[in-house]
Design a protein around this ligand. Structure first.
Ligand SMILES: [Zn+2]
Length: 282
């Protein structure tokens, strides 16, 4: 029952859903006690498989308790093309809002990360495939502007199928818009750290996700502009095993480090503290 057709690249295997308590790991089949996965930040304690993470959980994992203030929530999608596939775009938006409890695919917040003030943006793949439409671009831009105004580093957690097809060209324009936002940070000599999660593809991979000062990736994530199947069909060449994985991108220099989610907050805080000139992390 594929509800969304928002991915502009190859259709890929859907990541397994997070486990209900007391079930088995969908990757290694190990038995999981009730609440075990949640306590382990939704990483399987047996095989280290990283389950998809809702945006609010991601923010709760990275930000200091009580430090989070959301911004740009008022920026909401419109339907500039009156787009209809089997459903209208407004119908798809309301379903996504209802099912995820989110106002859009991108949450923007000012917060502290282990004592370091930061501007944090998180894409949620559950909301129309984490696709980048006008709202994602505008919220990203406002977050970057807030970072510059308050002299904070920008941290963005990406997880997206790419551009949002229901907004057509408006969606593609967000690639340029987010890149310009990142340039504002660079001009202000403020660092930008991107964290790539499974999957980060299409227009998001080809814009803000891969132009950060430091690019971190979660283990086992797939990240590439186009999917392996599409590339193979286009070039008629067989791609090497593991193409587009975090580990392969690390080997080829596209990402700077692959970080287990259980060490991510600590590693990120250290990185931000270093880049901000020695502010003390908590
Ligand atoms: Zn497992």
């Amino acid at each position: 029952m594929a509800k969304y057709v928002t991915i502009q690249v190859a259709r890929r295997e859907t990541p397994p859903a997070p486990q209900a308590p007391g079930e088995h790991c969908k990757k290694c089949n190990a038995s999981l006690a009730a609440g075990e996965l949640e306590r382990a930040l939704r990483v399987c304690p047996h095989c280290s498989y990283h389950y998809p993470l809702p945006a609010h959980e991601r923010i709760a994992q990275l930000a200091d308790k009580g430090s989070v203030g959301f911004i740009a929530e008022e920026v909401q999608a419109v339907d500039p093309l009156d787009f209809v596939d089997v459903k209208t775009y407004p119908e798809r938006l309301s379903t996504a809002k209802f099912e995820t409890g989110l106002s859009e695919a991108f949450l923007a917040a000012l917060c502290d990360i282990s004592g370091v003030p930061a501007a944090l943006g998180v894409l949620d793949f559950r909301f129309l495939g984490g696709s980048m439409g006008s709202v994602v671009g505008e919220r990203f831009h406002r977050l970057a502007r807030a970072a510059v105004e308050e002299r904070r580093p920008l941290v963005v957690v990406a997880g997206s199928g790419g551009a949002r097809m229901q907004e057509g060209l408006f969606s593609l324009m967000q690639m340029a818009k987010t890149v310009v936002a990142v340039q504002m940070l660079a001009t202000a000599r403020l660092p930008y750290v991107a964290i790539l999660t499974h999957p980060t593809t299409g227009g998001v991979f080809a814009s803000f996700a891969t132009i950060a000062d430091v690019i971190m990736a979660e283990p086992g994530a797939v990240m590439s502009f186009a999917g392996a199947r599409i590339i193979e069909q286009t070039t008629r060449e067989k791609l090497p095993p593991g193409f587009g994985s975090s580990e392969s991108q690390l080997t080829h220099g596209q990402v700077d480090m692959v970080v287990d989610r259980r060490q991510l907050r600590e590693r990120l805080a250290l990185c931000l503290s270093f880049l901000m000139g020695g502010q003390t992390g908590g």
